[in-house]
Design a protein around this ligand. Sequence first.
Ligand code: BES
Ligand code: ZN
Ligand code: ZN
Length: 472
Amino acid sequence: MIIKVESRSIGKVACDVLIVGVYEDKEKPLHDYLQHEKFKAQKGDASLINTQGGIPAVRICFVGLGKSKEINRDTVRNACAMGAKKAICAKAKNIAVYMDTPEDMSQAAAEGIVLGSYKFQGFHKKIEEEHKLVTAAIIVSSQGKVKAAQEAVKFGNIIATAENRVRDLTNCPSNVTTPEYLAAYAKQIAKETKVTCKILDPEKENMECIMAVAKGSDILPKVVVLSYKGSSKKELTALVGKGVTFDSGGISLKPSAQMWEMKGDMAGAAAVIEAMRVIAKLGIPKNIVAVIPLTENMPSGHALKPGDVIGSLDGTTVEIISTDAEGRLILADAITYAKKLGAARIFDCATLTGGCVTALGDVASGLMGNDEKMIDEVLEAAEKSGEKAWHLPLYEEYKDYLKSSVADIKNCMDRGKASPSTGGTFLHKFVGDTPWVHLDIAGTAYLSKARPPYAEGATGVPLRTMIEWLRS
Ligand code: BES
Ligand code: ZN
Ligand code: ZN
């Protein structure tokens, strides 16, 4: 979508829908049009009004911003997403947005417009004629504000467009987004940007954990390595994303009712792949490598079994208690690989545990790590980007949960206590002392009910957090 920045009076903006932010406690712009409306301007309120030719805009969509003192980027992002959605329902092609904020929040506004316009196309026999926004104009109050806002809008547009691609990949069924498909997708990004792509065969690389998870599937696992050089310094940052393209649980089979949701068990991988596109497009001045393990987790006569003992890329042996704790296995090898490449810090994201959904719902991701500074950095980035993350502990005691009498470590605890922290503790064993943060996105990657700025389905979390962190 093309998003421009303009400075002009909102009474003079020509467009199909003019989205106007309104505070509960401040004078309402264009208030004449609200005379007969019960519009309180609370967050979440929206009212679409035909201007009957009174101004060049055909319709106005008033969106509530709540109390002026509490205004922040999240409110602006959500209000813009709601406005964009309403505008699309009204078959608008060109919209304009005006929100009077104390500081420039046009990045969040652009993100909201793009995120709010998202709809997963699906695979219908008859493709419905889709209504898409063509242009958006963000109206700022003076010419002097245009330049800074343009830069912010450019960032917001790039990030949210990539986020929508993450949502597409995650919403796609597992018979489409196979390891092969995602590897080809990553290669395409490398073609389009200044990123290089290598596809590894985990068997040749001795990635025994990945091979163990893949054993039950008829399709081959792959590991995607995307590299970006944005600095002449040596320091390398690694991003790792869980790419289980379908998680049936394996021999420790999941109940069938919600099993279909496990097509989204590659949300972390999708976010990391798209993060590399954004990193290259923004020209972030850092060296960044993405390591993305991709496989299915299936039951079969060849599958991994509970009680099996397997090896790993770093030589650690693992006793399998549940074949459904597969994410940490493939991440372990990917993390080891990142360390071998010389990563000075590692960020991983994964739909890792149902326990994280129990603890934090779909509202916040669970954040764990071994380095206070990096933990604080990522928490701050999450806060700034409007993707909530909550710090969970990695207490020493959790290590006891994973003690095995036959191998170096168990892949999980048989009684499932503190599963997000136990998952984190398992990963920590492979990370060692390298500064590291792990984000459990099991709850936040997928919404069963729409919530601004998201529609129902995949969210694209934690793309914004990653980019915000890397930019800081
Ligand atoms: N992919 C699941 C976690 C998950 C659950 C993601 C719900 C999204 C929504 C993961 O591989 C898994 O099955 N984890 C197990 C771990 C347990 C066996 C220790 C879980 O959470 O039940
Ligand atoms: Zn699982
Ligand atoms: Zn899984």
